[in-house]
Design a binder for this molecule. Structure first.
Ligand SMILES: Nc1nc2c(ncn2[C@@H]2O[C@H](COP(=O)(O)OP(=O)(O)OP(=O)(O)O)[C@@H](O)[C@H]2O)c(=O)[nH]1
Ligand SMILES: [Mg+2]
Length: 220
């Protein structure tokens, strides 16, 4: 058991080193880098599509997609004329910093104003892997249930921003929005919370403005 713990610690230390290299590279490029983390199907790629469609040249975007299999998510982004690189983990439940370095070497993603990294659909594994990002964004969809922040506290405590997605479905679901907001406040009092619907467009401008403000703060 002690042996396994040591191996995990060494892997995380190696990842931190690669993430520091990435962070410097992103700083030089002037790119805001956002690591999107949520369970499968909560709406990460759809939020990126809705964001790109509504951008109106407010910033340039590029995307790194992480999945166990298929190029489907990268293809969805490329269909909107935004550069995208697909990382295939072949089974691993998270992205690591070395995969991001390889993605940057393989595909022209920089310079860009905002680089989105859509992590592998999973609320647990991606949480501890630094990808050199400016901040993590947790997504929680209304269809997942209103008990999830307290059941998966690590990601909601670490994410500087939580996006509650599929807000258009609220009238049809037993989802206690106030209870979720209370849980988020307990886990991370300073986190920003945005409510979005990629179907109706609700909250997408607020999300874009949040990204713009954070990029301005980074490059000021
Ligand atoms: N009603 C509604 N459906 C949504 C919304 N956002 C996403 N969906 C639907 O949710 C499903 C999953 O969306 P994706 O964006 O593929 O989810 P994902 O988080 O990228 O999934 P993985 O990449 O597999 O982890 C799709 O059928 C979307 O159409 C929304 O705001 N409202
Ligand atoms: Mg996706």
């Amino acid at each position: 058991m002690k042996h396994i713990v040591n191996i995990k610690r060494r892997a995380l230390a190696a990842n931190d080193e690669a993430a520091a290299t990435l962070r410097e590279r992103f700083r030089t490029a002037g790119a805001l880098v956002v690591n999107l983390i949520s369970s499968p199907g909560s709406g990460k790629t759809t939020l990126l599509e809705a964001t790109i469609r509504r951008l109106d040249n407010r910033f340039t975007a590029a995307v790194i997609e992480g999945d166990v299999a298929t190029e489907r998510d990268a293809d969805r982004i490329r269909a909107l004329n935004v550069p995208a690189h697909q990382v295939l983990t072949g089974g691993a439940c998270h992205l690591d910093a070395r995969q991001i370095i390889t993605a940057l070497e393989t595909t022209n993603l920089l310079p860009t104003d905002v680089l989105f990294i859509e992590n592998v659909g999973n609320l647990i594994c991606p949480t501890t892997y630094d990808l050199g990002e400016d901040f993590k964004v947790a997504l929680l969809s209304t269809t997942e249930g209103d008990d999830k922040p307290f059941k998966y506290p690590a990601i909601f405590a670490r994410a500087e921003v939580t996006v509650i997605t599929k807000i258009d479905l609220l009238p049809h679901l037993p989802f206690d929005l106030e209870a979720v907001l209370d849980q988020l406040k307990t886990l991370n009092p300073s986190a920003e919370v945005v409510q979005t619907s990629s179907t109706t467009g609700e909250g997408i401008d607020e999300w874009i403005e949040l990204l713009l403000a954070r990029r301005r703060a980074k490059t000021a």
